[in-house]
Design a protein around this ligand. Structure first.
Ligand code: HEM
Length: 403
């Protein structure tokens, strides 16, 4: 029976046994190991439950049920993705679009993220990874989350888009402040600064096309016409939002796991070809996104009565942590025979950048271990995380013996 004070906050169509106290941003279950904390929900809550916190929303906790929700565009919409609902008039293309509008825009973007295009970037990405490692290797310690994890995807993003690389430091500082703890006003200011730089570069590509993503987007056609200025701005902004913080934070959670598993460091340092397998396991064990949907038509799933206008949250970490799919899910095991995860979501909106993200992670793991084969969490430090739509480690102090 739900606590009476919670019951009063929950709509009548939610059964008592479906009510669970869960906070999207800072749940008491989370603990030191965020994803292991989320995993406690499998023992403590029904497969789908309702929490009155953060404006009230449903939470889907099992892999198969999340798959159903994320693939179902008839009952669920991407138009609103904020918890609590923000009713923002701003549309991020293609993320906030539903069928039939979604697909043409997704196709226009997707052809520039295919494996062949991304693979061609590999040597440059290795160069950037090494530049960042150069800056810390002789010090014997670093704060990884900001100095390496966050800086690396900024260089990759600039390389991909064709942004002027001599402005790397300026861009990195904007990104660090934007995704860090700051006020809403300051974030809008930073967004405007960043978009002004991007827009000036888009404009240059109209008269002087180059071999970069910005030039390709300027030349793209959707339904037989070029993208409008508003559409280009929206796509540019989404790529910024989607491609930086996600990689940075996945890298931090991944390197935390690596730091506490010396036997894994040894194996991966001895055999760099194992890195892609480790990356898949890290994506499964450390998924960071709580993917949301807006219910657009009433729908029943596993006894839950979703009503139009309600929000549904899929904590993607619980897909990888689902013992019905992955036995002993909290263990990091690169030898798993089978492995399922939803780190990049599934269905029509599955992450466009997943191939790039996987390559960034593989390269950083390989280059780091080549240069720093043994490392640990700096004694006396404890990484701090923040939860929400995209979970993050705010810091990760690593230490190693200088060679
Ligand atoms: C580890 C890193 C990453 C993670 C965990 C991640 C996660 C996700 C997730 C969960 C979605 C699905 C949203 C949904 O179902 O509605 C998504 C969509 C998307 N991601 Fe990523 N992402 C990552 C890296 C990237 C990168 C590097 C880029 C590009 C530079 C990117 C671009 C996008 C775009 C454009 C979409 C929207 C796709 C659509 O709506 O059709 N992501 N990402």
């Amino acid at each position: 029976m739900a606590d009476q004070s919670l019951r009063e906050l929950v709509p009548d169509h939610v059964a008592d046994e479906q009510i669970v106290d869960y906070d999207y941003f800072n749940d008491h279950r989370f603990g030191v190991d965020l994803q292991a904390g989320q995993h406690r929900l499998h023992a403590e809550a029904p497969d789908i439950f309702y929490t009155p916190r953060n404006g009230g929303f449903w939470v889907v906790t099992r892999y198969e049920l999340m798959e159903k929700v994320l693939r179902d565009t008839e009952h669920f919409s991407n138009r609103e993705l904020d918890i609590p609902k923000s009713n923002s008039p701003y549309v991020m293309i293609p993320l906030n679009l539903d069928p039939p509008d979604h697909l043409p825009f997704r196709m226009a973007l997707m052809r520039h993220f295919d494996p062949k295009t991304i693979r061609a970037m590999e040597p440059k990405l290795r160069g950037w990874a090494n530049r960042l490692i150069d800056a810390v290797v002789d010090r014997g310690e670093c704060e990884f989350a900001e100095q390496v994890g966050a800086a690396f995807p900024v260089s990759v993003f600039m390389e991909l888009m064709g942004l002027p690389l001599d402005r790397f430091e300026e861009f990195r500082d904007i990104v660090l402040e934007y995704f860090g703890r700051t006020t809403v006003e300051r974030r809008i200011e930073l967004q405007e600064r960043m978009m002004a730089v991007m827009w000036a570069e888009f404009e240059k590509r109209r008269t002087e096309p180059r071999d970069d993503l910005m030039s390709k987007l300027v030349a793209e056609q959707v339904r037989g016409r070029p993208l409008t200025d508003d559409e280009l701005r929206s796509i540019g902004f989404l790529l910024f939002i989607a491609g930086l913080d996600t990689v940075a934070n996945t890298l931090s959670f991944t390197f935390r796991q690596l730091a506490i598993h010396p036997e894994l460091q040894e194996r991966l340092a001895a055999d760099p070809e194992l890195a892609p397998e480790f990356v898949e396991e890290a994506l499964r064990r450390c998924s960071i996104v709580q993917q949301t949907r807006l219910v657009k038509k009433d729908f029943e799933l596993a006894g839950a009565q979703f009503r139009a206008g309600e929000m549904v949250v899929c904590p993607l970490a619980l897909g990888g942590m689902d013992e019905r799919r992955n036995p002993d899910p909290e263990a990091i095991d690169i030898d798993r025979k089978e492995r399922s995860h939803l780190a990049f979501s599934t269905g029509p909106h599955i992450c466009i950048g997943n191939f790039l993200a996987r390559m960034e992670m593989k390269i950083m793991v390989q280059e780091w271990l080549r240069r720093i084969p043994r490392f640990r969490i700096k004694p006396g430090t404890e990484p701090q995380w923040r939860a929400g739509g995209v979970a993050a480690l705010s810091d990760l102090y690593l230490q190693w013996d200088r060679g």
